[in-house]
Design a binder for this molecule. Sequence first.
Ligand code: 3AM
Length: 202
Amino acid sequence: MGAYKMQSTDKNCSTLDASSHGVLIENSSVARVFFALWPEELARQALHTIAMKYQLRCEARTMAADTLHMTLLFLGEIERVCLPQLMQTADNVSAPAFGFILERISFWQHNRIAYAAPLEKIPALAQLVTALEQELIAAGFWFDNHEFNPHVTLLRRVGHALESQAITPIKWWVDSFVLVESVMTELGVSYQVLQKWPLSPR
Ligand code: 3AM
């Protein structure tokens, strides 16, 4: 599949040029996208280690280490020509960097996943999600307004769910958030980080 840079169009959502964001874009007219936190290496490895530890007991499939993330806001399919405006909208999000700890592995029956989650509410995380939602709404982007439930999916297709339980705590310092495209490939879903935004230093 070829790649191209976005051109300006007359569409409502975009009169911008994605090349200003240095984005490499797949050649399809729609993109399935979501905003997320992408873990730094130490946290990623720790998450992957937990996933490997539970995989057999849970008769599940592990997420590939390089796909581990925390979804902040799922937008779904949007016209690719709208990506520049989406990125410019996210430029307006202002929130401080913060740290938190993932302390439990839990299970959802409805989608058969196992996920790592914090024990307590994280005000700075909620603040970031709210800021993102408000900017997107103000810019006219549509998304399902589900309650934000912070989690990192570790296992899919869980055949044997367990009681929620403590894991070795994983520290995660968040100094940026990203826009990710979910691309269907012959080998399954692959995630491509399209753009990264820094959070303000504390
Ligand atoms: O792996 P997590 O749970 O962080 O579940 C999907 C995945 O989240 C979620 O978006 C992330 C990347 O695919 N997702 C997929 N479809 C969704 C939808 N319709 C969705 N989240 C909310 N609504």
